[in-house]
Design a binder for this molecule. Structure first.
Ligand code: HSE
Length: 292
């Protein structure tokens, strides 16, 4: 039996659509695996009633198949599905690390990233690595076709999860087909600023680099209260605010001294828009770890 904890993540960070991601220090999924002749899945915890236990439909089924590692897999969800906090990626990441250990496959964490991404494809229809990479490796990750780069960074974050469901498939359907050159120029500048900010653990640079005019405005339409929450977070001191992953969570970067006020402001702004929300005062955390 092997037990692995893998963290929630926040992908995109505005300017890094399908490329940037950070591991959050909470919440997390815990996956326990034991050898079996065929894969079976049991899901408990946050939102488990919405998660299929059929291995063909569950993110971890694809991971077990890719590793040729049939197992009984118990997923205890700390991360609600369709939250924008990398819920399916956390399960896939934890399963990849756990099954690799259970069957002594000896793969490196970087080698496990594309395997966990196969699980992500089951859920979102696309195999992008921007959630699974930070969930496995921790820190801030840059996932491109050429591979994954990891930066250790320390940035206070607030993530606010409204009681709205946005599926990744729906959120991807509204992404514009293209961008104008002026938008591309702006995005490159912001992505470079954000990456430099991560290297320096500088919340001001990271926040400035989170601005995005390509994907985020289209997705904001799917999140009741988004504009008001964003404004409230900025007024309370956030250095940058954007949609977390495919939404509906909203993520703010900040200085530690402003974290609590931002958390309160975001929840109140959602409440004013008639939406209940829960908030995490968090930061950039570690990747998946064997805990037992
Ligand atoms: N980069 C992905 C998206 C993250 O924004 O659609 C969600 O899986």
């Amino acid at each position: 039996m092997v037990t692995v904890r893998a963290p929630a993540t926040s992908a995109n960070l505005g300017s890094g659509f399908d490329v940037f991601g950070v591991a959050l220090d909470r919440p997390a999924d815990v996956v326990r695996v034991r050898r079996a002749s065929e894969t079976t899945i049991e899901v408990t915890g946050a939102g488990s009633q919405f998660i299929p236990e059929d291995p063909d439909e569950n993110t971890v089924g694809a991971v077990a198949e890719a590793l040729d590692a049939p197992a009984h897999i118990h997923i205890d969800k700390g991360v609600r599905p369709a939250s924008g906090l990398g819920s399916s990626a956390a399960s896939a990441a934890a399963a990849a690390v756990a099954l690799d250990r259970l069957y002594d496959r000896g793969l490196s964490k970087k080698e496990l990233v594309p395997i966990a991404a196969k699980g992500e494809k089951v859920v979102s229809g696309d195999a992008h690595d921007d959630n699974v990479a930070p969930s496995i490796l921790g820190g801030f990750t840059i996932a491109t076709e050429g591979g994954v780069t990891k930066v250790d960074a320390d940035i206070p974050l607030v993530t606010c999860l409204p009681d709205i469901v946005v599926s990744t498939r729906d959120a991807r359907a509204v992404v514009p087909d293209g961008a104008r050159t002026a938008q591309v120029v702006k995005t490159v500048g912001n992505a470079a600023t954000l990456t430099t900010g991560m290297h320096r653990s500088d919340p001001d640079l990271v926040g400035r680099g989170m601005d995005d005019s390509v994907v985020t405005p289209a997705r904001a339409e799917l999140i009741t209260g988004y504009d008001a929450v964003r404004e409230a977070a900025f007024e309370a001191g956030a250095t940058g605010v954007t949609i977390s992953g495919a939404g509906p969570s909203v993520v703010a970067a900040c200085h530690e001294s402003d974290q609590r006020a931002i958390a309160t402001a975001m929840v109140e702004a959602f409440d004013d828009a008639g939406v209940e929300a829960r908030v995490y005062q968090t930061g950039i955390g570690r990747g998946a770890e064997v805990v037992d």
